[in-house]
Design a protein around this ligand. Structure first.
Ligand code: GAL
Length: 827
C-alpha cells in the first residue's frame, strides 16, 4: 500500500505528540526551562594534569572554589612572568577545573546544556570523559550540550582545561581561568534555541512602537524524521510588569500559518506587535520591556502542550548617526560621551563581579559619561545588562587583531579558523541589548594599511549585518588616512578614528559625506595625587612609541595635572575641546575610564598597571574626573587641586575646574590671590602660588553670588584612619561587595596627601576580604591580602559576603595611628 508522504508525516506527528502529551500529563507540567547558577563547588588545580578529563580521577585534594575565578590575580608580580609588564606581569600557566554534579533521573527527557560566559583562554571541556569542544577565544561565550553523555540519576564530572601558558598573547592583563559565570540550562526537547530570539523595533515614535520578535524554536523530539508544529504566545510587559501587548501566532493547521519544524529545521517564527505610548529607552531613562515567549507544541487534536518559556529583555528606542549633525537618540541630538575600558576589575582581576561592574558604571555615570567601549573584545553579559539598566551606549568590539599579530601568540593564530564563529556568536548573544548601538569589527588592525583589509573588512561587516542590520559597524583606525584599506573597503557605516584629534575638523575633506565617531581618544597619563611643576607645559611621554622611554620620574609617577600624554595621544582637555566644537563629531570614547592592569605606559617594570584611567585602579578619581563632571553633568562643580603640603617657598600651580559660575577667587590664608575666569575654550583656571602652609580657599561666583566654596588645608602628621564603606547593607548572597575606602588623616581630619602607612585589616562575621589596593601603579604587594599600604593617603579594601546574613565588623589598624571600625550588615 502506498501512503502519501504527508499522511506518514501526520501519523508520525500524531504518535509523537500523543507520547509527549502522555509524558506531560503523567509527570505534571513542571518548569520548562531552568537556568541554574553553575558557579559553586569546582575543584581547581594549577598546572597541567595527566588524564585530567578522566571521570574517575581523584580531585578531592584539589582546591575547592567558586567561580568566577582568575588564578593570575592570586599570583606574584614578576618581570619574568611571560605576560610581561604589558600583560600585567602576573603568572599565566595551565589550570584544570572539575566539578562533580548530579542530574536527577526525572530530567531524562530533558536537554541539558552548560553555558560558559567566558574562559581565558584556549579551553577544552569534557563531560564524563567525553570531549565537548575547544574554544581558543578567551572572551567569547559558548554552550555545549551535555545530554547524550549524562548519567541521569547519577554523578557526572565536567572537566575544563584552561591553557594560558603560551604568552604573550595579549597587550593588556587578561587574567586566567573560568573568569566569567557558568550556567546549567535544562529545557524540554522542543525549546527556544540558544540566543534564539531577536527583537527589533523597526518603527518608533512617541505614540507607538512596532516590536518585531523573531524566535527560533528547535526540536530534538522523535527519531529524526517527524514533523512538528508549534504555536508561540508572546506577551510584552512593561517595567511595572503590566501586559502591554500579546500575540499568538499559529493556530490550527499548517495551512493556517502554523510553524512546522523537524530535527534538522528549526521553526523560525516572526511576530510583530504594537506598543502604544512607548517609554523610550534613553541614557537618562533606560526603560526596559520584557517579551515573554511561551512555546506550545500543537497536538493533532489542536491540544496545546506548553514546552518552553523564554524571556527577552529589550528597549524601545531609535537612534541615528548623521554625517553633518552627529548622533541623536530618539530624535534628540546628543553626543556619545564614552570611555574605553578593559575587562579587569582592578584588584579583583578578571573574575567578573556584577557589583564591581555596577560601581564602575555608577562612578562613570556621576562623571556624566554615557558610553562604554568594550575594548577590545566581547564583554561579560553582566556588563551589557547593567548598561541596559543604567543607560550607557555601548560600542561592542570584536577583535584587537585579524590575521596579523600584535603579540606573538595572540588571536591572529586562531583568526582564520574561528573569526566567523566567534563574531556570529557575539552578535547573536548581544543583539537584543538596547544599550548596544555600535559594532566594532576591530581595533587598530595591523592590516588596515594592507590590501587584505579590502577582503576582510567587508567579510566581517557582512557577518555582522547578516545577523543585525539595525546597528552601524565601525572599526577603530589608528591610521585613518588615505592609505587605510578598511575605510576604503566601504565596509564601515561609521568611520572610526583613534586619536588624530588635529584631523577631526577636516574629516569631511578626506571622507566627504561620511559619518564620524572617535572610537578612541586621549590616552592622558596621570598618577592619582602626584603633581609635578610646572603644570602648564605638556610632557610627551613617551615621545616615540617605537623607542625606549628614558625620561620620567625616578619613582615611575606621572603628574596628575592633565599635562602628560604619549606621542599618539592628547591631553584630556585638548581632545574634548575639539569634540565639543563640531556637531558632526558624534562622540568619543576616551582611553580609559579606569586604570587597568598591564600596559604601564610610559614606563615599564617595575610599573605593572596603566596610568590612562580617569579613575585609578582602586576606583579613586583622579583630578581630571572633575573636568568632565563640570562639562558633562548638571551638577555644580568646583574642584581645586593639588594638595597643600609642599616645601615652603615652592611655586605651586593651583587649578580649578568649575561650572555654573563666572569666576573663581582663590585665597591663601585669607589673602586673595586674585579672581580668574575661563576665557574662550578654557576648561580650567590656574594660579601660580608661592607655597606657605595653611589654608587654600576657592570661591566660585555667578553674578556676584557665591555658588560654591572649597578649602584645602596643609595636613599634619598621620594620626588616624577613617573608613568609608560605599554600601553598609549588602546582600548575603556570596557575591555582593562593599568597597571600603581607607583614609589616612591628621589629627584635625585632613587627608595626609603623601601618607603611605601600612594598614592591617581584620574582619569578623560572614564575609571575607576579596582584595585590597591603593591605586599605585608600581606596587608589587599582593591584591589578595589583609593589609595594604596607603598610596597618597588612600587605600581600598573590598569585602565580599558569604551566604549567611549578619553583622560584619571590619577593622583597620596601623602602627602609631588611631584605628577605625565600620560595621556592615549582610542581609
Ligand atoms: C591604543 C590602543 C589601546 C591602547 C592605547 C594606549 O593605540 O588601541 O589598546 O594600547 O593605545 O594609549
Amino acid at each position: 500500500m502506498l501512503f502519501h508522504k504527508a499522511f506518514l508525516q501526520r501519523a508520525a506527528r500524531l504518535l509523537c505528540l500523543s507520547l509527549i502529551t502522555l509524558l506531560f500529563t503523567t509527570k505534571g507540567f513542571g518548569q520548562d526551562r531552568t537556568i541554574a547558577d553553575f558557579d559553586k563547588g569546582w575543584h581547581f588545580h594549577l598546572g597541567d594534569v595527566k588524564d585530567g578529563e578522566n571521570a574517575s580521577l581523584t580531585d578531592v585534594n584539589w582546591r575547592l572554589l567558586d567561580l568566577p575565578h582568575d588564578w593570575s590575580i592570586e599570583g606574584k608580580f614578576s618581570k619574568n612572568n611571560p605576560a610581561t609588564p604589558e600583560g600585567g606581569a602576573l603568572p599565566g600557566g595551565i589550570g584544570w577545573y572539575r566539578k562533580t554534579f548530579t542530574i536527577p533521573a526525572s530530567a531524562k527527557n530533558k536537554l541539558v546544556y552548560v553555558d560558559f560566559d567566558g574562559v581565558y583562554q584556549k579551553s577544552d571541556v569534557w563531560i564524563n570523559g567525553h570531549h565537548l569542544g575547544f574554544r581558543p577565544n578567551g572572551y567569547i561565550s559558548f554552550r555545549y550540550e551535555l545530554t547524550p553523555y549524562l548519567k541521569f540519576g547519577g554523578k557526572n564530572v565536567i572537566a575544563v582545561k584552561v591553557d594560558n601558558s603560551v604568552q604573550p598573547n595579549s597587550r593588556w592583563y587578561s587574567g586566567s581561568g573560568i573568569y566569567r559565570n557558568v550556567w546549567l540550562v535544562t529545557t524540554n526537547k522542543t525549546a527556544v534555541a540558544h540566543w534564539g530570539t531577536y527583537v527589533t523595533t523597526p518603527k518608533v515614535d512617541e505614540n507607538s512602537a512596532t516590536v518585531n520578535l523573531v524566535t527560533t524554536v528547535a526540536t530534538k523530539e522523535g527519531d529524526g524524521v517527524g514533523h512538528y508544529w508549534v504555536g508561540l504566545q508572546t506577551t510584552i510587559y512593561d517595567a511595572k510588569g503590566l501586559k502591554v501587548a500579546s500575540l499568538y501566532t499559529s493556530k490550527g493547521e499548517k495551512k493556517d500559518g502554523n510553524i512546522e519544524m523537524t530535527n534538522d529545521n528549526p521553526a523560525v517564527v516572526s511576530q510583530e506587535m504594537v506598543v502604544k505610548n512607548p517609554h523610550l529607552w534613553s541614557v537618562s531613562n533606560p526603560y526596559l520591556y520584557k517579551a515573554v515567549t511561551r512555546v506550545y507544541m500543537l497536538g493533532y487534536d489542536a491540544a496545546k502542550i506548553p514546552v518552553d518559556e523564554y524571556t527577552t529583555s529589550f528597549g524601545i528606542r531609535y537612534f541615528n548617526f548623521d554625517a553633518d549633525k552627529g548622533f541623536s537618540l530618539n530624535g534628540k541630538p546628543m553626543k556619545i560621551l564614552g570611555v574605553c575600558d578593559h575587562h579587569d576589575l582592578g584588584s579583583l582581576g578578571a573574575a567578573v563581579n556584577t557589583r564591581a561592574l555596577e560601581r564602575q558604571l555608577e562612578m562613570l555615570k556621576a562623571m556624566g559619561c554615557n558610553g562604554i567601549r568594550t575594548s577590545h573584545n566581547p564583554p561579560a553579559p553582566e556588563l551589557l545588562n547593567l548598561c541596559d539598566k543604567m543607560g550607557f551606549i555601548v560600542m561592542d568590539e570584536a577583535f584587537d587583531c585579524w590575521e596579523w599579530k600584535k603579540a606573538k601568540y595572540d588571536y591572529h593564530l586562531y583568526f582564520k579558523e574561528w573569526h566567523k564563529r566567534d563574531l556570529e556568536d557575539q552578535v547573536l548573544r548581544d543583539r537584543n541589548h538596547p544599550s548596544v548601538m555600535i559594532w566594532s569589527i576591530g581595533n587598530e588592525i595591523p592590516q588596515q594599511g594592507d590590501t587584505s583589509a579590502l577582503r576582510l573588512a567587508p567579510e566581517l561587516a557582512g557577518i555582522v549585518h547578516s545577523l543585525d542590520k539595525t546597528r552601524p559597524i565601525t572599526a577603530a583606525n589608528d591610521n585613518p588616512g588615505k592609505g587605510n584599506k578598511i575605510i576604503a573597503s566601504g565596509a564601515l557605516d561609521l568611520v572610526g578614528y583613534n586619536y588624530h584629534e588635529f584631523d577631526y575638523a577636516t574629516f569631511h575633506d578626506r571622507y566627504p559625506g561620511k559619518k564620524f565617531i572617535a572610537t578612541e581618544t586621549t590616552s592622558g597619563l596621570e598618577t592619582r595625587g602626584h603633581y609635578d611643576m610646572p603644570s602648564d607645559s605638556v610632557r610627551v611621554w613617551p615621545a616615540r612609541w617605537d623607542k625606549p622611554f628614558t625620561e620620567g620620574n625616578p619613582d615611575n609617577s606621572v603628574s596628575a595635572y592633565d599635562n602628560v600624554r604619549p606621542a599618539w595621544g592628547s591631553t584630556h582637555e585638548a581632545t574634548w575641546k575639539v569634540i565639543k566644537k563640531y556637531d558632526f563629531l558624534s562622540g568619543l570614547f576616551i582611553w580609559t575610564g579606569f586604570d587597568y592592569l598591564g600596559e604601564p605606559t610610559p614606563y615599564s617594570w617595575p610599573s605593572r598597571s596603566s596610568y590612562f584611567g580617569i579613575i585609578d585602579l582602586a576606583g579613586f578619581p583622579k583630578d581630571i574626573y572633575y573636568m568632565y563632571q563640570s562639562e558633562w553633568t548638571d551638577k555644580t562643580v568646583l574642584h581645586i587641586f593639588p594638595h597643600w603640603n609642599w616645601e615652603p617657598g615652592k611655586l605651586v600651580d593651583v587649578w580649578a575646574f568649575y561650572n555654573h559660575a563666572d569666576e573663581v577667587e582663590l585665597f591663601l590664608n585669607g589673602k586673595s590671590l586674585g579672581v580668574k575666569k575661563k576665557n574662550g575654550e578654557d576648561l580650567h583656571v590656574m594660579w601660580r602660588v608661592k607655597y606657605e602652609p595653611g589654608t587654600l580657599k576657592a570661591i566660585s561666583r555667578k553674578g556676584g553670588k557665591v555658588i560654591l566654596t572649597r578649602e584645602i588645608h596643609t595636613a599634619g602628621a598621620p594620626a588616624k584612619i577613617e573608613l568609608i564603606a560605599d554600601r553598609k547593607n549588602i546582600k548575603a548572597d556570596g557575591k555582593d561587595l562593599s568597597f571600603i575606602t581607607v583614609k589616612i588623616l591628621d589629627k584635625d581630619g585632613n587627608l595626609v596627601p603623601n601618607a603611605n602607612n601600612l594598614v592591617n585589616f581584620k574582619i569578623n562575621g560572614e564575609a571575607f576580604i576579596a582584595s585590597v589596593d591603593n591605586g599605585d601603579e608600581v606596587s608589587h604587594d599582593p591584591f589578595k591580602a589583609n593589609y595594604r599600604k596607603a598610596f597618597n593617603g588612600l587605600a581600598l579594601a573590598i569585602v565580599q559576603t558569604k551566604e549567611k546574613p549578619g553583622p560584619i565588623t571590619f577593622t583597620a589598624t596601623s602602627n602609631g595611628l588611631k584605628g577605625a571600625t565600620v560595621v556592615l550588615q549582610a542581609k
